[in-house]
Design a binder for this molecule. Structure first.
Ligand code: ADP
Ligand code: MG
Length: 322
């Protein structure tokens, strides 16, 4: 398949978003929007760094790459609308595998009526996929990390550590409880878009998505908002099936495990009932995990309260270019 046939094969026949004026096929795409704020983000996934063909088939690679981007939109409170895909294709990847990658993205995109409106296709040494997403948020209602204030409640969606447990299962042979569920949490994560959209009418919510573990994401909130965040270790929700692993693994995965794509947020106690209602309406598990205070030192930090002890929770996880 040459580049032109390939582009033809992934080009949508119709667009779901009514704001599209020009989709794939010209030098650039055009859409029209005046009513809302536009939110955009890009993420790049490289073979053997962000995914391995051993644990991920091409369909999951596509699905998960777009899910990670949608998680960023959710963390801004934005409604997904478009995506653009720049892909580097090595010779050894078959046409059908590349098609599968796009199918994986499309199946998730369809859930949110997103349109593929552009991208770029080149050949190269390693499979690399760079996805740009575009979404909309009510004017002035983007959910910044800098919006936490003293007295807020800290909450998280879903359960933490599942994706790490799923990856562990795929890389350590054995028989496991809830194997399919845990694998799926790694391969096909659900970005919390419906929950984030249900928060639309709340004036102030700080949100961050958990891509590198709650320790890391909480410390981004603390730093950017210049507040201290207190997490109660026992309140951080884990799935019942994680009890089959050692306590050390459970703790490591719930605090530092990456790629759950859940949301952590803070909100005033006055608006907490509205957050609970948003969770019910979007059928999302929601847990209160801590509280926010003024900073003890010059910089906002995260404190973990665990069995009578309080410790400073440092960022862990994978950091590129230290
Ligand atoms: P140009 O030379 O103007 O950059 P291209 O041949 O790269 O044009 O692309 C032609 C059209 O196909 C453009 O609309 C571009 O956005 C789209 N396109 C190319 N590659 C992809 C891709 N991987 N995914 C989605 N759209 C793509
Ligand atoms: Mg091009």
């Amino acid at each position: 398949m040459d580049e032109f046939e390939f582009i033809e094969s992934i080009k949508p026949k119709t667009y779901k978003q009514s704001s599209v004026i020009k989709g794939i096929g010209d030098d650039a795409a055009v859409f029209r929007q005046t009513a809302k704020d536009i939110v955009t983000s890009v993420d790049t996934f490289v073979e053997n760094i962000h995914f391995s063909p051993i644990t991920m088939n091409p369909y999951y690679i596509g699905y998960r790459a777009l899910a990670a981007n949608l998680s960023d939109l959710a963390a801004m409170g934005a409604e997904p609308a478009f995506y653009l895909v720049s892909i580097v294709i090595p010779d050894k990847w078959s046409d059908s595998s590349i098609q599968e990658i796009f199918m994986g993205m499309k199946s998730l995109a369809n859930m949110y009526k997103m349109d593929l409106i552009g991208g770029d296709t080149v050949s190269g040494e390693k499979l690399s996929i760079s996805i740009t997403v575009i979404g909309y948020v009510m004017k002035g209602h983007a959910r910044y990390r800098s919006l936490s204030v003293n007295g807020d409640i800290v909450f998280v969606t879903g359960t933490l550590g599942d994706a790490s447990a799923g990856l562990h299962i795929m890389t350590h042979e054995g028989s496991y409880i809830e194997e399919a569920y845990l694998k799926k949490r790694h391969q096909m994560p659900s970005p919390r878009v419906p929950f984030a959209l249900q928060l639309e009418h709340i004036n102030r919510v700080a949100l961050n998505d958990i891509s590198d573990g709650i320790a890391n994401e909480a410390s981004e909130l603390a730093k950017d908002s210049n507040v201290d965040i207190h997490l109660i270790a026992d309140n951080i929700p884990i799935h019942a099936s994680l009890e089959q692993f050692t306590l050390m693994d459970q703790r490591k995965w719930k605090l530092f495990g990456g790629e759950d794509f859940e949301l952590i947020g803070t909100v005033s106690s006055k608006d907490w009932p509205n957050v609970k209602e948003a969770a019910e309406k979007s059928d999302t598990k929601l847990t209160k995990v801590g509280y926010v205070t003024d900073p003890k030192s010059t910089e906002g930090k995260v404190f973990l309260h665990e069995e009578e002890k309080t410790s400073l929770l440092k960022k862990h996880g994978y950091t590129h270019l230290k």
